[in-house]
Design a protein around this ligand. Structure first.
Ligand SMILES: [Zn+2]
Ligand SMILES: [Zn+2]
Ligand SMILES: [Zn+2]
Length: 95
């Protein structure tokens, strides 16, 4: 399911997914940061890839921290929430 990874940040994308003029997919947060496609330098359109967005919402991914022992799997939305919690815990521990 590599097409559901963002071409800029290599993260799994949640809807809304945006496209460049050549149809490369970019996640919404990268769309806000960059103005041209990462591979082709075509300008990014403010167009949603609705089909891929729907598909992406149904795909189950392993946790980003699988290497450190987390065996959970999620849809991308739940995974982002889970990751957010994990990041917060890490940040607190670093202090
Ligand atoms: Zn991205
Ligand atoms: Zn492109
Ligand atoms: Zn986890």
């Amino acid at each position: 399911m590599e097409e559901i990874q963002c071409q800029v940040c290599q993260e799994y994308m949640a809807s809304p997914i945006k496209m460049c003029e050549n149809g490369h997919n970019v996640c919404n947060s990268c769309r806000l940061r960059v103005s041209a496609g990462p591979t082709c330098r075509e300008s990014l359109l403010n167009v949603r890839n609705i089909t891929l967005g729907k598909n992406a919402a149904t795909v189950i991914y392993p946790c980003k921290n699988r290497e450190t022992g987390c065996e959970e799997t999620f849809t991308v939305d739940d995974r982002n929430k889970h990751q957010f919690v994990f990041d917060v815990i890490l940040t607190v521990h670093r202090r």
